[in-house]
Write a protein that binds this ligand. Sequence first.
Ligand code: PRX
Length: 645
Amino acid sequence: MSSTDQVYPPSPEFVAQANANEAMYSRAANDPEEFWAEQARRLDWAVPFTRGLDWSDAPFATWFADGKLNVAVNCVDRHVDAGKGDRVAIHWVGEPGDSRDLTYSQLKDEVSRAANYFASIGLVAGDRVAIYMPMVPEAIIAMLACARLGLTHTVVFAGFSSAALRARVDDAGAKVVITTDGQFRRGEPAPLKTAVDEALGSGDDAAPSVEKVIVVRRTNHDPDLPWVAGRDVWWEDTVAEASPVHEPEAFDAEQPLFLLYTSGTTGSPKGIVHTSGGYLTQAAYTFHNVFDHKEARDVFWCTADIGWVTGHTYIVYGPLANGATEIVYEGTPNSPDEHRHFNIIEKYGVTTYYTAPTLIRTFMKWGRQVPDAHDLTSLRLLGTVGEPINPEAWRWYYDVIGGNRCPIVDTWWQTETGAHMLAPLPGVTACVPGSAMGPLPGISAKVVDDNGNELPQGEQGYLVLDKPWPGMLRGIWGDRQRFIDTYWSRFAEQGWYFAGDGARYDENGALWVLGRVDDVMNVSGHRISTAEVESALVAHPAVAEAAVIGAADETTGQGIVAFVILMEESDDHDALITQMRDQVAVDISPIAKPREINIVPELPKTRSGKIMRRLLKDVAEGRELGDTSTLVDPSVFEAIRSQRA
Ligand code: PRX
């Protein structure tokens, strides 16, 4: 960016009413412990904490460890107790057009019923529960019921394959899986429970930890839904019949709240561990300040799926801890047509809309006549998450959706960070389109070179988080060493968390996140590792070797491009490519299917046998090749290019 680029200061009207203020930065910097304790005290503690951060066993942190609280009570009961029971917590909109509103009182009853049933089948604090569901209210109810009992949930995105579900269920040792009979996709019911059956197997192959499968009736599409007697129960016959009165217990601040599996550079997905007190503190704090939330006035909408961390923190824990009223929408943005999101904004008077850059770019493609056909004047704040937003999309969002009136918060964070880390503060920060601006009060970040030296403005380096934060991951489930190796070994000497992203500060001090510097791809804001897709491809019997890269894509940020070598030459490449893409869908998810698969005679390798992905990326993005001097045989590119032609 050059200093002449336009900045967007908040309007005086916005400033006058903002939750956040400039002084928060200095207050947090001068005494971070006290700053975070103050944020934590916005929650209800059954036993107040006397300590903040304990970093004596770094990189394993604890926060507020001698305090006790119940996360579900903080998200539900305390609002009812404060006389806000009739306030709508969730305006739920189903894909076929059905809808349901849940007040905080109703949510309390539903969560209590689920907690009573979960306890009745013998689940006790610390047990794991897998949730594999579309965006129905019961998914949120199930998460909160787990929190209420001190159970650890692991939500698995319902678009993941049964193989991916099985891997997560086994790794977590989940005792219960909660699912639905089916899910709606573009107006049609698609089976989901059958994927659970497939995942859990039977006989010798049965998932060893699973005792029960609880099924919510959603699509009702199959009168002969396969049923495993003794294992499977309907939610309607069990949870719905349980008592709506449940006495909550308080748990340690460090009680594990959830595991969420995410992709890294190597190996199988990792179960990121989040705990209760610190996580909820940061979720609630960021929701209040970054979304400038006003409880009696705002209608919040985060368009993510609860299968991702964004859904955990900004559909479930952040908004509900603040007593918010929010939209939960089940379906896709173009079902039944491209007006869906704008109809919802108009109908419910959405004030705060939080989505991913890939959807904004899709809206741009659909054209401004779609949003222009709607009254969007209820909106007062917009947000983005998941990938860098290009300045053009930012300006379009600001102008066409926000009517040149709404601040945009570009929020950078990760599954591992638990909640927002870098973002402007609305009402305080003058925004630069495309920049996440800087660390929030209480958060510390640096841009450094290979040796950990801080880089001057304008120079590109690695993004590190040099101080612990309350919402930080507490580890990788079942693998202490992997946690240390993955996040803390790159800058071990300094004791910094390496985020995996590149970044730079510009000459005005705005921080730009430049995308991953490791082998993790970002497709429509979904995090997918090259290694995972490669191993799915080589699982196909015809494939000898595969190399996968993320190539720039106008709409999805990155698209997956694969280069494969066959075991033996075949004359039906098209059929093989279709099978390979299907293999990826089966092993991981349809979202990980490569956009393009190139069958090539060779892959570019260094003398030590390393595949030069950087050069494959040059090819896929249509650039001149970078330095090829370390390749065994630079001429492989002739063959690769001719395959793509
Ligand atoms: O590369 C960054 C990108 O998404 C990664 C984290 O992915 P995940 O754990 O799936 O969480 C996504 C939602 C929190 C980061 O390492 N990323 C996320 N938000 C931004 C971003 N890149 C640039 N700008 C953002 N606002």
